[in-house]
Structures are given as structure tokens and as C-alpha cells.
Design a protein around this ligand. Structure first.
Ligand SMILES: [Zn+2]
Length: 467
């Protein structure tokens, strides 16, 4: 027994000794990595924080206004972005064609509540992207308010000939605004066809924001094949609350709505690409992407001029610091994230990718807020970044976790790319998202620049060391 105990004691001691050794080796390798790279990181940080240039790029991109896929403004944004990249002195700058849909909002929407119990009341609405219009004289009907999917089925008998009003707020108890958004946004995306299946003539969908204000938040909706296509519009949260109260006063009230949108078919647009070509392995690529298109109600500053601006600025910082990366670092401004993701798919499928290998593809599409974390889809890559954690912490990075990616870069995963994202603070993001409030003034230049600095550091490190 004593022998066994002694043996266990030796094993334990050996285990702790080994563990201690491993820890010291890890610390030493972290120190070695940091001492090699910190001088480069310092140059990048110094230039970035002094100049705050990402915001200048954001202002130029947003200067054309809303950049709805297929619009003239989107075309102008392509030209402006090419010019910014050329002026920044990137090694290669070019565009690649993308076939996109051209949907036009037309004249601003109108909506009026009509009741025998109170005077007419105007409502703030905006057609959802891809919606069909109402007849040119508008459409008038009684309303059925729905607050859950189950309620839709149980209200089946009341729905024929009426407008379905989806009044489903974002779940305030959900700490991750993106999860709350995703749950509520399904009524926006699929609600029209679900209501049309029961005979509804149109849908009004409560805007997907925590705030109660007068701004409708638009977004893409989709029609299910085989069901009637009915007009679909977002209603502001303030008016959704009012409509809820008016319906309690007068359940027989009617709403007249007029949507003037139209589908103009397919047109050719473009992805914009710029790179710092790798000095040793130019065919191996580390990509940072954002999407150049936006909704039309605002210049889409957070969504996603911010992502485009930091992608360009990250490359500029590396170049400005006099660094020539070992592998290619590329900024890609994708077209059409909002209206179907054709830009991301066209980029991945292009014959130009044949001789390329994308090691990492980082997507920035969560707004220009202060950075808080990093996420990558591969554990091994997270461990590779780990030695930078202590350097990145003062810049805002509190955690590095599994996750990341997005609509535009996800097609690259099939060919083996690790996806990633720099995660910003997002509690306010949906206040602005897809509404008239997403203007440059709501993005803070220093928060945006911190994103660019961190991205420049991370992608330069990966371009030097590989995956
Ligand atoms: Zn976006």
C-alpha cells in the first residue's frame, strides 16, 4: 500500500513538473513571438491611432447615399472604392463582375389607419426588400395582429382578406442582440408567405430594433413558391405600439397602404478587390471582407461601410508601416450581401480563385463599434493567435473564441478557408440597422480605427506565420 502511495506521489510530482515546464515553454514561445512582432505592431498602432483614417474611407463610401444592390449609388461606390484602394498604393486593385437583382423602392410608402372611433392616423412604414407593390390606388383592409407563430395558425379563420400585422418585439432578455434579431427577423423574411397561405392580402412587420422610435427598419423578405405574392412592409416600433392600442379600441379598424416598389430584373455589378501581394507565398491569401451594398433608407454607415472601411484601412496601415507581408493580404468589398449574397458566391466561384488558396477569410459585418473579441472557426488558429492576446487586450480584445464568418466569406469555407471576425460591441447596433438612422455620425472614428488596427496586426501576423 505504502509503495503504491509513494508511486502516486512520484507520478503527481512528475505531472506537475511537466505541466510547469510546458507552461514555461509556452510563455517563452509567447515572449519570442511578441519580441519578434511587437515592433511591427507598434508601428501599425501608432499610425492608426494618430490618423484615424478608417473614418475618412467610411465618409467617402457613404457619400453616395444608400447603396442598394443594382442601384446607381452602388455603382458609384464601386468606383469610389477602387479609387481609394489605388490611391492607398495597394499592389493590385481590380473589380470582378457580379450579377445582381435591381429592386427599386419608388416613391415613399404611405399608410393610414381608418376608424369610426377616432380620426385617421398616418403610420410610418417602409416596403421590405423584394416586396411586390400594392395596386397603384393602394390597398385597404381590416387587420389581424399576430404575436407568435402559434397565433397565426389559431387566427386562420380571421385572416382571409385582411392585413396580418406581425407585432413581435425583440426579446429584451436576450443578451446577444444578434440572437434576438435572428428570432424576430424570421417574421420579416418568411411572414408574407405564411400569411398569404391563410389568405392575407398584405403584411406589416414590426421593425427589428430594441428601440421604440419612428423609423421603419427594412430588410430582405422572401416569397415561398406556389403561394400568392402579397405586399410586405416594416412598420416603426412606435407605430406598432400605437396600432396595438388602436386595435384594442377598434378591432374593426382598417389600414390603407400604398407601396410603389418594383423589380427591374438582373443587372451586372461588381466586387471590389485590393491586395498587398505576398513576398514569399503570393498564392496564399488572408482575406478581410465587408459588403459594399447597403439598404436604401440610409447611407449604411455601420452596415456595412464600416466593414469596408476597416478592411481597406487595415491594408493601408500595413503598407504605411513599411511592411511587406509574406503571404498575400486582400481586402474584398463584396456586392449584394443584403439582397441574396451573390457577391460572396461569385467571388468564391470565380476562375480567378483557381490558382489561389485562401487560408483565412475574415468578415466584418457587425458595425463599427469598439472591438471586444475575436472569433475563428478553427481551434488551431485560435491557439496560434493566443500569444497576441496580451498585446491586443489594451486595444479592446477581451476574448478569442470559436465562431466568426458571415454570408460573404462562408462560400470560401468549402475550399478550406478558416473563417473569422473581429467582434465589436453590438448592444446599439440594431438601433440603426437597415433604417434611416444608420448615418456616418453614429459611427465613432476611434472605435472604427481600433478595429482596423487590430485587424492589421492579426492579418499581418497570420500572413507572416501561416495557419
Ligand atoms: Zn450587413
Amino acid at each position: 500500500m505504502r509503495k503504491i502511495r509513494a508511486f502516486c506521489l512520484i507520478c503527481f510530482s512528475f505531472f506537475f513538473l511537466l505541466n510547469g515546464c510546458q507552461q514555461r515553454v509556452a510563455e517563452r514561445s509567447e515572449q519570442t513571438i511578441l519580441s519578434r512582432f511587437v515592433p511591427y505592431f507598434e508601428s501599425i498602432k501608432k499610425i492608426g491611432l494618430q490618423e484615424e483614417n478608417a473614418y475618412e474611407f467610411l465618409k467617402k463610401i457613404t457619400s453616395v447615399g444608400g447603396r442598394l444592390t443594382g442601384s446607381e449609388q452602388a455603382d458609384r461606390a464601386v468606383e469610389i472604392s477602387l479609387k481609394i484602394m489605388e490611391e492607398s498604393g495597394f499592389d493590385r486593385v481590380w473589380s470582378e463582375p457580379v450579377e445582381v437583382r435591381r429592386w427599386v423602392r419608388g416613391e415613399p410608402e404611405q399608410a393610414m389607419v381608418k376608424s369610426e372611433k377616432f380620426p385617421p392616423q398616418a403610420l410610418k412604414i417602409a416596403a421590405l426588400g423584394n416586396s411586390v407593390p400594392t395596386p397603384s390606388s393602394g390597398l385597404e383592409a381590416e387587420v389581424v395582429e399576430i404575436q407568435s407563430e402559434e397565433e397565426l395558425a389559431s387566427a386562420a379563420e380571421k385572416i382571409p382578406g385582411r392585413i396580418v400585422f406581425y407585432n413581435v418585439p425583440l426579446d429584451r432578455t436576450c443578451t446577444d442582440p444578434f440572437s434576438a434579431y435572428r428570432r424576430a427577423a424570421r417574421f420579416r423574411v418568411n411572414g408574407a408567405s405564411k400569411a398569404a397561405n391563410y389568405g392575407a392580402v398584405a403584411v406589416l412587420v414590426r421593425s427589428t430594433t430594441f428601440r421604440i422610435d419612428a423609423h421603419p427598419h427594412t430588410g430582405l423578405m422572401e416569397y415561398q413558391e406556389g403561394l400568392p405574392k402579397i405586399p410586405a412592409a416594416a412598420i416603426s416600433t412606435a407605430d406598432a405600439e400605437k396600432l396595438h392600442r388602436w386595435l384594442q379600441q377598434d378591432p374593426a379598424l382598417k389600414i390603407w397602404i400604398k407601396l410603389n416598389c418594383r423589380d427591374e430584373g438582373k443587372v451586372t455589378s461588381a466586387n471590389v478587390i485590393g491586395e498587398l501581394t505576398g513576398r514569399e507565398k503570393p498564392e496564399e491569401i488572408i482575406l478581410i471582407g465587408g459588403h459594399l451594398d447597403s439598404w436604401d433608407l440610409s447611407p449604411g454607415a455601420h452596415d456595412d461601410a464600416a466593414g469596408c472601411a476597416v478592411a481597406i484601412e487595415a491594408l493601408r496601415l500595413i503598407k504605411e508601416a513599411g511592411l511587406k507581408p509574406g503571404r498575400t493580404i486582400r481586402a474584398v468589398l463584396f456586392m449584394d450581401e443584403e439582397f441574396g449574397g451573390t457577391g460572396g458566391r461569385a467571388y468564391a466561384a470565380s476562375v480567378n480563385r483557381n490558382r489561389e488558396k485562401h487560408l483565412v477569410a475574415i468578415e466584418q459585418d457587425r458595425g463599427g463599434g469598439a472591438p471586444v473579441g475575436l472569433a475563428f472557426t478553427l481551434e488551431k488558429l485560435i491557439e496560434k493567435i493566443r500569444p497576441l492576446e496580451s498585446y491586443l487586450r489594451p486595444l479592446g480584445i477581451n476574448w478569442i473564441v470559436k465562431g466568426g464568418g458571415g454570408v460573404d466569406v462562408s462560400p470560401l469555407r468549402e475550399s478550406g478557408a478558416v473563417l473569422g471576425s473581429l467582434m465589436p460591441e453590438v448592444q446599439k447596433y440594431f438601433d440603426y440597422h437597415h433604417s434611416a438612422l444608420d448615418v456616418p455620425e453614429v459611427v465613432h472614428p476611434r472605435e472604427l480605427e481600433l478595429q482596423a488596427v487590430i485587424l492589421a496586426i492579426v492579418v499581418f501576423y497570420l500572413a507572416e506565420t501561416g495557419v
